[in-house]
Design a protein. Structure first.
Lengths: 419, 179
């Protein structure tokens, strides 16, 4: 009976393949009228042209980032560089107070709100203002021009442009041989500064203050608040800890606001290419409206282009010449293109299929971003950061709603914006 | 495949005969089958721009399988939508084509007779027989497609086979002559 059935089945299959129907006239005109307007082929674009265009875009993006960093560096005022930017001896502490009388040869008091010498130049600015000595310079040459004169003691806001610079502060009797103790509350100034400022004026110089001056403080304010930079990196993307296909890359811009010496908030805009692989079981078919109902996805290789917007809180754990920090936050995604290579099964028949999804879709807080890093000063005004990171998905993205985890390394170059 | 109309027209012209034969086995109404074929191609060209046929023979097989699946689904949808009643009588002669090669004429007539024999089955038997025997679906898939149980699918197939064997025996002499 089985053989009979098989033979009969075979006979009918043969008949179904070979029977002949009149095809009739072509209905192409009717069909073409029902088709949507022709568009450029979305699936198999000319790869060469696209790659060239892509490289131009990436290259342009990198050049733009470099120009921004160069612009920020070039136009940044040099009196407020990163690190030791302003030395102030504020009158909060009695130990650091500049005695009005002690600075003035001849015993004439140096009154408050008197500008002893103020040169509004980019490179050197020395002023005495409300008992505060401000010396600002990148290279600290302004110390050579620090001068005090009794002539201005009674003249408020008297400009002293014609006061000759005094190169050796030790010539002032009032401050000669006075002990100077400097403590730095944020970062150590360069050795040269301390050396040159051996006879400086920011220690307790009066008798009273000298007696009290066990540990006078030098407040060095890091006034950097806002900073900008660029970053690049590479990372591996996986779905549910499966294998990865190939590394992706990120390029982007970063800006941050440092609201305490240790803490800052950063936001970045990254253009990322992510490559990942997943088994079919993790690929959700909800959005696959175009796929035949009996087709089953066995595996998918994806290549996605994403704009990623991480917002992170950064905290400096160790602060010395270099900084070790940790950062955490959330990343939002704007997926702009997705290309999938499917391995499918239709009634047990394996097949390959490609899908291209150029539609843009957004995923707010799509991942938690955790990072740690090492920060080092380079050059006069730059900071380089090496930041290993991992993004843990909070929701699935893309046509298959895949929860992608990316781990990798970012290299960041930042420069400070100055007030 | 892309949305370039020239390529689409070439595809349509090349495969419409095959598509019509598949659809006709389910609908057994020539005009309805033509409409179902047109609907299928519109569906393919509008909604499946991502499928890349290429020149590979395997890709063509995949394409053929896919095309067949869409045509079958469209035809079954048409059956449901129109609530088609079983058509009484044979298939009109004008729908058949005759081969140019006279040596094949008898064989083609045999095939046509076999297809007409399927038509004489009850629609539910016909559907299951077409899906299972000719197009290779499993009973589970058929049950899902037709909203019937797997047992019903198997039962319908068994009865369809029995009826066809009976019909074949009745026309055995005729068939053996053509074989």
């Amino acid at each position: 009976m089985q053989d009979v059935n098989e033979n009969m089945d075979e006979l009918f299959r043969e008949a179904a393949d070979n029977y002949m129907l009149k095809e009739g006239e072509s209905s192409w005109n009717e069909i073409s009228g029902r088709l949507t307007s022709p568009v450029a082929p979305p699936v198999t674009p000319a790869k060469k042209n696209n790659n060239t265009k892509k490289y131009f875009i990436i290259g342009g993006f990198v050049v733009l980032c470099l120009l921004i960093v160069m612009f920020l560096n070039y136009y940044a005022p040099t009196n407020n560089k990163r690190g030791i930017t302003t030395i102030s001896n504020q009158n909060k502490d009695a130990n650091t107070r500049i005695d009005k009388h002690s600075l003035v040869p001849g015993g004439k008091p140096l009154q408050e709100n008197k500008n002893v010498r103020e040169e509004d130049t980019k490179n050197d600015t020395v002023s005495l203002h409300r008992n505060t000595v401000l010396i600002s310079s990148t290279t600290y040459p302004g110390l050579d021009h620090l001068a005090y004169t009794a002539d201005i003691a009674d003249n408020r806001d008297h400009p002293v442009t014609n006061v000759p610079p005094v190169t050796d502060l030790s010539t002032f009797p009032a401050i000669k041989d006075q002990p100077v103790h400097v403590s730095i509350n944020e970062q150590q100034p360069p050795a040269g500064l301390l050396k040159e400022f051996k006879y400086g004026v920011y220690s307790g110089l009066s008798k009273d203050s000298v007696e009290k001056a066990s540990t006078p403080k030098l407040n060095i304010h890091n006034k950097r608040r806002l900073y900008y930079g660029m970053l690049a990196g590479a990372g591996f993307t996986t779905v549910k800890s499966q294998s990865f296909s190939r590394p992706g890359f990120d390029l982007g811009l970063i800006t941050g606001y440092q609201f305490t010496p240790r803490s800052s908030v950063e936001i970045s805009l990254l253009y990322s290419h992510k490559y990942y692989y997943t088994d079919g079981q993790y690929f959700k078919m909800d959005k696959m409206n175009d796929m035949p109902p009996d087709m089953e996805v066995m595996s998918v290789k994806s290549k996605t282009s994403i704009f990623e917007i991480p917002v992170k809180f950064k905290f400096n754990i160790l602060q010395n010449k270099s900084i070790i920090y940790a950062a955490a936050g959330v990343s939002s995604y704007v997926l702009v293109n997705e290309k999938n290579d499917y391995v499918t099964s239709t009634n047990g028949t394996m097949g390959n299929m490609q899908g291209n999804y150029p539609t843009t879709s957004g995923y707010f807080a799509g991942a938690i971003n955790i990072a740690a890093g090492y920060e080092h000063v380079i050059g006069k005004n730059g900071i380089i950061r090496f930041e290993p990171y991992i993004t843990i998905p909070t929701k699935g993205i893309g046509i298959g709603s895949l929860p992608i985890t990316t781990s990798g390394m970012h290299v960041l170059l930042t420069g400070a914006s100055h007030k | 495949m892309n949305k370039d109309h020239k390529c689409q027209k070439i595809l349509y012209e090349h495969y419409r005969g095959y598509a019509l034969k598949v659809s006709f086995r389910y609908l057994y109404r020539y005009e309805n089958a033509l409409d179902a074929v047109n609907d299928s191609f519109v569906k393919i060209f509008n909604h499946f721009p991502g499928f890349n046929i290429g020149a590979d023979a395997d890709n063509e097989k995949i394409w053929m399988g896919w095309l067949k699946k869409i045509i079958i689904n469209t035809s079954i949808d048409a059956l449901r939508r129109a609530s088609m009643l079983p058509e009484i009588g044979g298939i009109p002669d004008h729908v058949w084509n005759t081969p140019d090669d006279s040596n094949r004429t008898d064989q083609v007539l045999l095939y046509n007779d076999l297809i007409a024999m399927i038509k004489r089955l009850q629609p539910n038997y016909r559907l299951v027989f077409n899906l299972y025997v000719i197009d290779g679906y499993s009973h589970t898939e058929i049950a899902d497609m037709l909203n019937i149980s797997v047992g019903t699918s198997k039962s319908n197939l068994s009865r369809a086979r029995g009826l066809l064997q009976l019909n074949i025996k009745k026309t055995e002499g005729k068939i053996s002559c053509r074989m």
